[in-house]
Design a protein. Structure first.
Length: 705
């Protein structure tokens, strides 16, 4: 007789966790809710430690510890324990816990939950306990599906349910339901592997032994599958129930064990067969694992799909084939921070990983796979013309070098910027903005890129934008417009003012009605003012503006400040032969005739006044239209006692005996006054008025030159 032992024998990871916990937890005042697993021998071992089995949290005294079996429990169980102060040790299988989370979430969204399984199974009862809305259990394709015609359905399964039956029910639901159907294949991956293996073994053996608890759903499912492919299928709960004589006349016998069957029970059966000289092909679980390892071959760089089996402090164990479990180190997981608790909830999920090493042992990485995929996506975008940045790491005689992920990057010297670049070293460590010219993948990966094309495009865009802005500006501005502008900079000839982003010139002569030496005497840099547009040169792209044109002239306000008879204070700013000009304020001057300076006779105004001297005077005459003010200083001085006026002397001859002109005559003639006019100036009296403007004086002087 030859015996073929199934490779997937013994506890699954969920059952192993529950049993290990029950055998390690302090038994004092500890209880377990129902059978921890469906195996009588294991249940007896747990009871032998002093751990009692109860059917409800109400049987557990407050303060005690309650183990939740691998099948899980409903929400109400946890709520009752919390209300009674019972400490819970949750041994729910991670695959079952995942299904619980699915039905809880989808039920909260208003979906109708449909569970494929046995209605009275503890796992299914626990799943129903997490549903807040409609929930149904179907056990076969013969069930009534008309209830789901107009419902949004979420379809899950008991973790030990038949995969073939699950797929058939899912197909029916898709046909019947007129609304949405969400399908979650929540069958444990080890269950699927055991069921497939049961089919293979029963198809090739003359007889099959199915070993495991008689009330174990997954073991019963294995028996059902084996019976469909082999006529001689026997059940045994343990070695005590195994009868060798049932297999005595069969040449090839297969042994299948359920997920709740411990390794030592399988070993006891194998020992019994060996005692009867049976040729066993795989006698221990270690041999099975080694045999699986020989069958699984990986290549470096290979991408594989794997399912998370368990979580440890070092990382998670994954299985790519449902057989060998490989450690995926926490450093190689694509997560910011790893915690065992967080990944324990992910047990059962499928992930993709990359094979990094195959010797001396297989090393996997999820992080590297994600990095390579991100890089591939980035390279694809770059190939389509997307701009990218790198830091220059060096240079050679031809250009600059850098790296983008696993790709070397080369920027030819002519592609760095417009014009010749002599010093390449200065770019080392600097950030480069690039656009791809070529991506080489044939012999070795390399990106040839250019920064120049980006800079030239941006320059062209700026020039185009500037041209459009200027065109819009000159389209909108006209002579005589009042505009607002910001004083940007000052020069010795005027101020440049930004008006809607365009520089306009305010000449220094157009800043004030009075003389200005510096722009900052009138305008403050950085401040905004209103200006009047004086001239627009559209061809030359120039605009002249003025500030003083919006300000009142000093003479415009003089009529409000001065009147005849007023006494004013001012400063002598100019002296001419016939008098002195006194500045009353910036831009407003008055004339004090030489005869109005003092009661005494003056040959020249400089005999009594000097430039810069401050004086008080009385306004004798005021003509704002002609911008003339006649002043008198002597009007404010006491009049001297009247003396007899000397007889008028004869005017001396203008020429001497030799016919030469008298020096005094020459002096008077220099200012353009005739002897008769000079007498008129000298015969000034208080009832007379005389006034002239600076412009008139300057004009007369220009004519005499």
């Amino acid at each position: 007789m030859k015996v073929l032992l199934a490779k997937n024998c013994g506890f699954c990871s969920g059952v192993r966790k529950a049993v290990d916990t029950a055998l390690a937890v302090p038994p004092e005042n500890t209880y377990v809710l129902g059978e921890l697993i469906h195996n009588a021998d294991v249940t007896e071992r747990i009871a032998a430690r002093g751990i009692r089995t109860v059917e409800s949290p109400l049987e557990v005294p407050p303060g005690a510890t309650l183990l939740i079996r691998s099948h899980g429990a409903g929400r109400s169980v946890f709520e009752q324990c919390a209300g009674r102060g019972i400490r819970v040790v949750d041994c729910t299988c991670p695959f079952v816990a995942r299904t619980q989370r699915i039905v809880e979430q989808k039920s909260a969204e208003g979906k109708t939950v449909v569970i494929a399984g046995q209605k009275d199974h503890p796992e299914v009862i626990g799943l129903l306990g997490w549903c807040g809305g409609e929930a149904y259990v179907v056990s076969s394709e013969e069930s009534d599906f008309s209830l789901f015609y107009d419902k949004n359905v979420v379809f899950v399964s008991q973790t030990t349910f038949s995969e073939q039956r699950f797929l058939k029910i899912a197909k029916i639901l898709r046909k019947v339901c007129q609304k949405t159907v969400e399908i979650f294949k929540t069958i444990c991956y080890t269950t699927i592997q055991r069921q497939k293996e049961a089919e293979q073994i029963s198809s090739t053996c003359d007889a099959v032994l199915v070993l495991g608890g008689l009330n174990s759903a997954n073991t019963n499912k294995l028996y059902e599958i084996a019976s469909a492919h082999c006529k001689n299928v026997f059940r045994a709960e343990n070695a005590g129930g195994f009868k060798y004589e049932n297999f005595l006349f069969y040449e090839r016998v297969g042994i299948i064990a359920g997920a709740s069957t411990p390794d030592w029970q399988t070993q006891e059966v194998l020992n019994k067969m060996e005692g009867n000289n049976a040729e066993v092909q795989a006698t221990t679980m270690k041999d099975v694992v080694e045999e699986i390892g020989k069958e699984e071959r990986y290549k470096k760089g290979q991408i594989i799909s794997a399912r998370i089996v368990s979580a440890t402090d070092e990382g998670v164990y994954v299985s790519a084939s449902g057989k060998l479990e490989i450690l995926l180190a926490k450093e190689e997981l694509a997560c910011d921070s790893y915690t065992r608790e967080a990944y324990a909830e992910k047990v059962g999920e499928e992930i993709e990983v990359m094979v990094m090493e195959v010797t001396p042992k297989v090393k996997l990485s999820q992080k590297m796979l994600n990095k390579i995929r991100e890089e591939d996506e980035q390279i694809k975008e770059i190939a389509d013309g997307k701009e990218f940045t790198v830091v220059c790491t060096g240079f050679n005689k031809g250009g600059l070098t850098a790296e983008l992920g696993s790709y070397p990057v080369f920027v030819p010297a002519k592609e760095i910027r417009s014009g010749y670049v002599k010093d390449l070293e200065k770019y080392t460590g600097k950030k480069l903005r690039l656009r791809v010219l070529e991506i080489r993948r044939e012999r070795r990966k390399e990106i040839i890129a250019s920064q120049r094309v980006i800079l030239e495009e941006e320059k062209a865009a700026r020039e185009e934008a500037r041209a459009q802005k200027e065109a819009a500006f000159f389209e909108s501005i006209h002579e005589g417009d009042i505009v607002e502008g910001k004083v940007e900079r000052a020069t010795n000839f005027g101020a440049f003012v930004s008006v809607n982003g365009f520089d306009c010139l305010a000449h220094i002569s157009d800043l004030s009605w009075t003389s200005v030496k510096n722009v900052t005497d009138v305008l403050e840099l950085g401040k905004r003012y209103e200006f009047k547009v004086l001239k627009v040169d559209r061809e030359g792209k120039k605009v002249s503006i003025g500030y003083k044109q919006l300000q009142p002239q000093p003479w415009d306000l003089a009529a409000e400040k001065y009147a005849e008879g007023d006494v004013v204070h001012g400063k002598v700013v100019r002296i001419v032969p016939f008098g002195a000009f006194v500045e009353l304020e910036k831009g407003v001057d008055g004339l004090v005739h030489v005869s109005q300076i003092t009661h005494e006779w003056l040959e020249n105004p400089t005999d009594a006044l000097k430039i810069g001297e401050e004086v008080d005077a009385k306004i004798l005459a005021f003509n704002p239209e002609e911008r003339k003010i006649t002043l008198s200083i002597k009007a404010l001085q006491p009049r001297p006692e009247q003396e007899p006026r000397p007889e008028r002397r004869e005017r001396p001859e203008r020429r001497n005996n030799e016919g030469e002109e008298h020096p005094r005559a020459r002096k008077n003639n220099k200012r353009g006054a005739s002897p008769e006019e000079e007498d008129e100036y000298r015969e000034w009296n208080e009832s007379s008025s005389f006034s002239t403007s600076i412009s008139e004086l300057l004009g007369n002087e220009d004519e005499n030159k």
